[in-house]
Design a protein around this ligand. Sequence first.
Ligand SMILES: [Zn+2]
Length: 250
Amino acid sequence: MFGTASAQPTPSRPSLVLRPFRHLLALCLFILLAHVAAEAEIRNPYATVDWQWRQHRANLHTHTTESDGQWAPDRVIDAYHELGYTILALADHNRVSYPWSRWDRNPESLGMLAVQANELSRGHHVGSYFSDLNAGRGLTDNVEEVGKAGGIAVVFHPGRYTRRDNYDVDDYVAVYQANPHAVGLEIVNQRDRYPEDRATWDAILTRLMPERPVWGFANDDFHRPQHLGRSWTMFPLPALTGCRIVVRRQ
Ligand SMILES: [Zn+2]
């Protein structure tokens, strides 16, 4: 009744009952896979990058004696300059260590880009860039305040808070969805203090891409000399004469 009853059965063959449905099952599987392939369209976020541009080495999470770092700002600036860094953000806790002229350093003459920054350090730490904001209360509030001040935000070392305070992927997804100026997540801190941060990043991107990129950053979180030059982010840029951030609001 089912299939070819005269065929010699072998252990690897499907049961006689299933055999007539094989083509139907294969068709369903094909349709399913074709659907998944269509959903998983991959777009290259680097399509407009000219790889001939100079690649600039950056540390965007750096502490000095203006907060709990061991070295004064001028010494920190000189150390990164000597290592060949061309982009540096002094990001002291709740304190904007900027401009560098306060420590008799001229970024232009050093061939560097000085990024105005600080680390909002009440509750979940958040990197705040391009504004003089220096206070907030927690992840959502910190990120929102950065936006009101006209800056951009990078969420720092999430592993500390997923371990300690039960933050999860839903919390981060909500923050990124509501705040276009939150451009990234620190996914490597010092010599990888929170290895799970890449899995968190991956889970966030799975929810938000391709519509909403969240860029990954690697930083020294410099406090002491032994942190110098551990992790960095490269920026291919056509020029280092300034910085223009375009945030597309949905
Ligand atoms: Zn820090």
